[in-house]
Design a binder for this molecule. Structure first.
Ligand SMILES: C[S@@+](CC[C@H](N)C(=O)[O-])C[C@H]1O[C@@H](n2cnc3c(N)ncnc32)[C@H](O)[C@@H]1O
Length: 285
């Protein structure tokens, strides 16, 4: 019998449970933080009236809804997410947005039955770096593309170019044991290496692969967050900070104050803005 107690949680288990809940609990911080990268991604997706899209790892459906508005009544958008709670929230938002061309499926995008030759474009804002077997997952998702279909997604570049996350790791590492960040392991930084992205997409028979950097500064959570607010958000919401939550209150206070100090370097007259880098990836059948 395997020792289940010591089996590390997979990304699929994480996101379908606590990860999805944390994303939802901190939705305003997360969505404001990645909004500028999402804007570039939506521009790159060039959604046209009448097109069909699939939004992979759609979270609470913000980009799914925006795509629904772009493709209009003659197009369709399907959002897929492994977290049932996020799908429930997405459905509420679609009703509030009064759209009837957007629908959702809860399940693992790597395996879920996708409509064949349905999509003009597979889209994902930071939702495809968690697959256990990326080559098989993209091969599976490719079957949902029309013959001339395309793919566009964003993923984080390296940890060292994302100072908001580097600050969290550095603050934690001084006080708690963090598992080392393994290159290519499923997680936010799985696709840090462009060569690896190319290898995955080529294995899924996708071509014309283009990988461009998005470099800039992003708000650390909500645009009006103080360093204290941002430290609270990051330590509550990021899975890397799980070790923090298991610590004694006295140690937690030290870590929080250390991270708050680190984040002060990002204070500007327009809020807390930290350097970030992501890849904008496009490909087609
Ligand atoms: C970083 S969040 C991004 C959410 C959303 N795309 C956004 O930009 O607001 C990653 C999302 O991917 C989802 N996810 C992770 N692995 C998945 C999988 N195998 N299948 C479907 N969704 C997945 C998570 O539940 C989560 O909602």
């Amino acid at each position: 019998m395997p020792d289940l107690k010591n089996t590390p949680e997979t990304q699929e288990q994480h996101w379908s449970d606590k990860g999805g809940q944390k994303w939802l609990e901190n939705i305003v911080d997360f969505e404001e933080m990645i909004q500028p990268i999402g804007r570039t991604l939506l521009d790159c997706a060039k959604a046209k009236m009448g097109e069909n899209f699939i939004d992979i790892g759609c979270g609470a459906g913000l980009t799914t809804i925006e795509l629904g508005q772009h493709v209009g009544n003659t197009g369709l958008v399907l959002g897929i997410d492994i977290s049932q709670e996020l799908i429930n929230e997405s459905r509420k938002r679609v009703i509030a947005a009064n759209l009837n061309n957007v629908s959702f499926l809860a399940g693992d995008a790597a395996k879920i039955m996708v409509p064949k030759k349905f999509a003009d474009c597979l889209f994902s804002r930071f939702g495809v770096m968690f697959f256990k077997n990326p080559k098989a997952s993209f091969s599976h998702l490719r079957t949902s593309l029309k013959p001339e279909g395309r793919l566009v997604f964003s993923c984080w570049s390296s940890l060292k170019t994302n100072l908001w996350m580097l600050s969290v790791r550095e603050a934690l590492e001084k006080y708690v044991d963090l598992p080392p960040l393994e290159a290519r392991a499923p997680g936010p930084f799985a696709y840090a290496e462009p060569d690896y992205i190319r290898e995955i997409l080529q294995a899924a028979s996708l071509k014309d692969i283009e990988i461009s950097p998005w470099s800039g500064k992003i708000h650390v959570g909500k645009s009006d967050n103080t360093p204290e607010d941002a430290a609270r958000f990051l330590l509550k919401a990021l899975s890397v900070a799980q070790a923090f939550n298991d610590e004694l209150k006295s140690k937690q206070d030290i870590i929080k104050s250390d991270l708050t100090q680190k984040l002060k370097q990002f204070e500007t007259s327009t809020g807390l803005l930290a350097p970030a880098q992501a890849w904008i990836v496009t490909a087609r059948i």
